[in-house]
Design a protein around this ligand. Sequence first.
Ligand SMILES: [Zn+2]
Length: 139
Amino acid sequence: MSTCVLCNEDVAQVVYKNQLFRIILPNESLYPGFVRLILNTHYKEMTDLSLSDANKVFSALLTIEKLVRQYLNPNKVNVASLGNVVPHLHWHIIPRFYNDAHYPNPIWGEKTNPQYKPPEILYNQVPRLALALATAFES
Ligand SMILES: [Zn+2]
């Protein structure tokens, strides 16, 4: 599986890692506060996980969503698991705003507001979100 980019080390900031998964803050310039949860093992589908591990992942996703809401105050949170390009289980947790570059499309879809620049306050919240995530998962 050495060709799988998600089996290899991350270039993005890793805010937390345990035996099952890691949580990173990818540098998505249009979407500050974008969080990704990546399984450490190369599983393709959720049903490849044991129920116990699936429950741990779901619980982690709830924690991430809660903190994204708290720190970014988005109009909507998108939680997406696609894996069509990279079939290694991972989830995107994305704060969305009514005026963002793609709303109401998925962020991989057609742009609806190409002039959009996220407000500075969102970028300022990212280090706080990172700290909150690390604190929540390490406790
Ligand atoms: Zn992989």
